[in-house]
Design a protein around this ligand. Structure first.
Ligand SMILES: [Zn+2]
Length: 463
């Protein structure tokens, strides 16, 4: 697979540090309010890359952080207020209750959109010790300094690569700060806080070698990505708005601490616009996932709509467009039901389609190209219907549209069947193929068709 790397501004092959195993870190939500469709389009990106890599037979570990402290309303101001604390006060909740409420909503919305869970969701507040150790290392290595208030700043002039990701120069950043209120203790206006001394009225405070305070926003992603994925990993995703300062600062922190490149490929997702307008709470045009279902739409239709725009491009959301997407997804499921039972795509025409699909997905996640192919396949007379079913079912491991829903409706696997499937997946993961085959036979003797896919064993009744 090849992806556009924001750091080098080129499309590059994914060549995992650990052969056969790709490690992805995705910047996750700040859990002080509900995520809207634009946020979720970005959160979908890490999972789509994972699905695409799995289609190629690679193992993938995906880590997504939950920001529950340190994300300030205005990062540049020394008196900035934490978004979590502000929202907690508004809602009359403790910061912990607030974080729990919006983390739960985020996970529900993700599931409704077919975003498979990350392998881990580390929380910033549970990694303060890791962040403090990282800040200590940056001070030791001459990349950070303590000021008399008990705050610690990163010294951007100590890191020659600063600005490489965003294209900012230190001079441009200096003049950009001219009209802003800047802490006079900073050596350079672009120096950013690693640790902030707690002011009066602060709810979330931790002890540190520099006095009571709390971490800056960016340090959590350096600390948690390296904690779970090591100091060299493959892919880092986030919305395009995170490129600067969040990711620029993360690179400076991580590489300043370990002395070498940490992330190979930076992938940034484009914004979502609502009928031509920027989505913002202040503009009152925020669309949330539950609203889709309230309007009688299948939330998975948002995927089909999103696939029609390249992930890096700005995408426009309109109700007409998602209604059309909803109609199309239901139509595809109906066609699948007509073509059932499926067969392995063995004809030459089917194999050619499969190759083209895989090539589109591998080419920087060209989902618009994949959508064209799906439409072409549906009306193709060269591929027998049963093989069309087989192809779409296997492509659905990437698309995640639940295309077999109608074909398999009315039937639910029993607990015993689910147990056997889980047992077989464990056996396959452990390369115990004798056991996996024995379980396959057992499932088949129950009248089931057994299929292998990147996400494991799937079963359906043999019709
Ligand atoms: Zn982050």
């Amino acid at each position: 697979m090849r992806l556009f790397n924001s750091l080098t501004r080129a499309v590059e092959p994914v060549e995992p540090v650990e052969p056969g195993h790709v490690k992805i870190y995705a910047c996750g939500p700040t859990v002080y309010r509900y995520a809207h469709l634009g946020n979720l389009r970005t959160f979908m990106l890490g999972d789509l890359i994972r699905r695409a890599l799995e289609l190629e037979g690679l193992a993938v570990t995906l880590v997504m952080n939950i920001t529950d402290v340190g994300h300030m309303v205005d990062e540049s101001s020394p008196e900035a207020i934490d978004k979590m604390q502000l929202a907690a006060e508004d809602e009359g909740l403790t910061p912990t209750e607030l974080a729990e409420k919006y983390t739960r909503a985020f996970l529900e919305d993700s599931a409704a959109l077919g975003i498979r869970p990350a392998d881990r969701y580390p929380k910033a507040t549970e990694h303060i010790g890791d962040m403090i150790r990282l800040i200590e290392r940056l001070i030791e290595r001459g990349h950070a300094y303590v000021v008399d208030t008990g705050s610690v700043y990163f010294d951007v002039q100590s890191f020659p690569g600063y600005g490489r990701l965003s294209g900012n120069t230190l001079d441009a950043l200096r003049s950009g700060h001219r009209d802003l209120e800047v802490d006079p203790r900073k050596r350079h206006p672009a120096d950013f806080a690693l640790w902030k001394a707690a002011g009066p009225g602060r709810l979330m405070v931790w002890d540190s070698p520099w006095g009571p305070g709390f971490p800056g926003w960016h340090i959590e992603c350096s600390a948690m990505s390296m904690r779970y994925l090591g100091d060299r990993f493959d892919i880092h995703t986030g919305g395009t708005d995170l490129r600067f300062p969040h990711h620029e600062d993360e690179i400076a922190q991580s590489e300043g601490a370990v002395g070498h490149q940490v992330v190979r490929i930076w992938v940034h997702g484009g914004h979502l616009r609502l009928a031509g307008h920027k989505i913002a709470k202040s503009a009152g045009n925020v669309v949330r996932v539950p609203e889709l279902a309230q309007r009688g739409l299948d939330p998975l239709a948002f995927r089909w709509l999103a696939f029609q725009t390249r992930y890096r491009s700005e995408m426009d959301f309109t109700w007409e467009a998602i209604e059309a997407a909803d109609h199309r997804v239901r139509q595809l499921r109906r066609r699948m039901a007509e073509w059932a039972p499926g067969a392995a795509p063995t004809s030459e025409a089917a194999r050619a389609f499969d190759e083209r699909f895989r090539a589109r997905i591998a080419d920087d996640l060209d989902l618009p190209g994949a959508v064209v192919l799906v439409n072409e396949l549906v009306s193709s007379t060269d591929v027998p219907p049963a093989e069309r079913y087989g192809l779409l079912a296997s492509w659905d491991h990437v698309l995640g549209l639940d295309l077999e829903r109608e074909a398999t409706s009315g039937w639910r696997p029993s607990d015993r069947m689910r147990e056997l499937v889980a047992e077989r997946d464990r056996a396959r993961a452990a390369r115990d193929y004798a056991t996996a085959d024995r379980i396959r036979d057992e499932l088949e003797s129950m009248g089931l068709e057994v299929m292998d896919g990147p996400s494991g064993t799937t079963i359906r009744p043999r019709i």
